[in-house]
Design a protein around this ligand. Sequence first.
Ligand code: TYD
Ligand code: MG
Length: 458
Amino acid sequence: MGKPASIFVCQSCGSVHGKWAGRCDACGEWNVLVEEVPSRHAPRKTGRKKVRGIDFVGLSGEAVDPPRLSTGIEEFNRVTGGGLVPGSALLIGGDPGIGKSTLLLQMAGHMALGGLKTAYISGEEAPAQVKRRARRLGLIDAPVNLAAETALGPILDGLTAEKPDVVIIDSIQTMWTDQLGAAPGTVAQVRACSQELTRYAKKTGACMLLVGHVTKDGQIAGPRVVEHMVDAVLYFEGDRGGQFRILRAHKNRFGPTDEIGVFEMGAAGLSEVENPSALFLDGRGEAASGAAVFAGLEGTRPVLTEIQALVAPAAFGTPRRAVVGWDSGRLAMVLAVLEARCGVSFGGKDVYLNVAGGLKIGEPAADLAVAAALASSVFDTPLPADCVVFGEISLSGDVRQASRTDARLKEAAKLGFKRALAPPPKTNKKDMPAHQLPIISISTLPDLITRVQAMSGG
Ligand code: TYD
Ligand code: MG
């Protein structure tokens, strides 16, 4: 057998090419093809004649829910759908420095103190560094098995001998296997190592947690290939300067994907935030123009956040549209509807939009709150400080119902808000629970503009 021919693998999308090129045909990225020598171990030809077939079962019959191991961190449990599932693999992605190692060390500490056998394998930090962090987190007494290693072979041997219930690999990008000619950190290595580790988890019933660094455009570097291998993908996000961190499920084979966990980074590590609304609205001063409080939903939990807009004359050239925490395409749509249906012009003006606290909002129900913040900035009229806003805007300028209105209103009432700007509820007024906030009905976008303009009048 001759020398195996090299292949060229795109480090961005994982596609394989026969020859080198400056640009990947599949994803269009430049300078991402890396040469790899395929596995030296060709698949063995088995001389077996008789192969046992697979056994089929029906859909009916008993299906037990998977058992769960509590992480000892309530917010983490919520995002995973009730805790870690034995025999599953989970990927935790996030920007470098966001707090992934801190979160997982805290989790390992709690689980170890709860009597589970945990192994923390660091490919990035020396044991002394991890110990120093554990001291800072108040976890030096937790019986976590710690190792610093990047070679997959010794790691798997060690795990097979030690048989831990929970394994943390920090990070998957530092792992490498000598079965491949590729350099550590390449897509091929990340894929091969993830596959081996996932297989180990399935075989032994351990919980495998893989840490993955995300590149600046939001992709886990290289391993989009890992995402489909693991049972759950969680992202740890937040703004690095601020102290809030949000854990969000992106994929979950054992639970919902719309729950979030909210944490606060402090001097002694991450602490759980039970009431995120109060945290996101903390520091809100006197009502200022351009701010609107959005009554949103994150999974089952209502979360209130402040949306800030600033509309200012453009200094020069093309006006800027800058958005933090919301979809810029959605902003363009709201601006277009405001122009077309309400005659509010944004030509020649810069528009800035910010969701306070570092939360990323994906709900269409935020449309009306964004429009209210924009209108408030354009007319330089503060919205009442005791008012929340929600509703989805259609291209015709109509405002549509948002889901679970009552949960949003209840949360707003709990935090001391007195009214809501929202589409008229379907239920009769007298059917509404007595504790509910009064709704100021906004059924079209022009209604909203009239409301905001009237506020400036008095
Ligand atoms: P780390 O968990 O190392 O991030 P990642 O593994 O995602 O790269 O977190 C690093 C940051 O967290 C670092 O900038 C310091 C900060 N930090 C605290 O503020 N308090 C703490 O108790 C700890 C351990 C870290
Ligand atoms: Mg780390």
